[in-house]
Design a protein. Structure first.
Length: 200
């Protein structure tokens, strides 16, 4: 039965579960419906808290017993003291914020470590669509048209590595994913998304 439960967990959530030590204090920025925080509470005995802007998602968090605040991560984390959390999570939300540098640096201030998950806008399928069709790519992983996308930033895994280097941020672990599998060879080309464990 446990194996069946593991199969239903999203691949990126499985990796985040591996990154986080048991009984940690966790803050999830843009926590959605609270699924990840619920997993961390159940499987790792973490003390989890979320920040979310969407009201329907907040109701879903509350139904799962997740502590969640209604807030916009663009406005900062001034309510939290330095190193209040063991981990701060920014999974698939960084590309939607107005000031990503500010958000990441604030996350590193309030968290001892930060986990970032980003879609890779430069994977091979997106590149081929641009080359052969001459249009902004629409793929299974990036299903939006240019006029209705929630994404404000379009970055690659390589872009994110350069960002970390230029801001004095250590990448402790990095993992690329494509079609639910880990990508070891040239992830910037073949991975749909990347997950990073950061420290400063």
């Amino acid at each position: 039965m446990e194996n069946d439960n593991q199969k239903t967990i999203r691949p990126d959530h499985k990796i985040i579960l591996q990154f986080i030590e048991p009984k940690s204090r966790v803050l999830d920025l843009g926590c959605g419906d609270g699924t990840l925080l619920s997993l961390l509470t159940q499987q790792k005995e973490c003390q989890g808290r979320g920040i979310e802007i969407d009201e329907q998602s907040i109701y879903q968090c509350i139904a799962k017993g997740i502590t969640v605040s209604h807030g916009n991560i663009n406005t900062g984390l001034s309510d939290f003291s330095d190193k209040r959390f063991d981990y701060v999570i920014l999974n698939e939300s960084l590309q939607q914020v107005l000031h990503p540098q500010k958000v990441i640096l604030e996350a590193l201030r309030v968290g001892k470590k930060v986990i970032v998950g980003i879609p890779n806008f430069c994977h091979i399928r997106a590149r081929l669509q641009i080359f052969f069709e001459g249009r902004v790519p629409v793929t299974k992983e990036l299903p939006y048209e240019w006029y209705d996308t929630p994404n404000l930033r379009f970055l690659s895994l390589k872009d994110f590595r350069y960002f970390c280097k230029n801001n004095g941020i250590k990448i402790l672990r990095e993992q690329g994913l494509a079609e639910n599998k880990t990508v070891y060879f040239r992830p910037n080309l073949f991975a749909d998304m990347g997950l990073y464990l950061l420290e400063r």
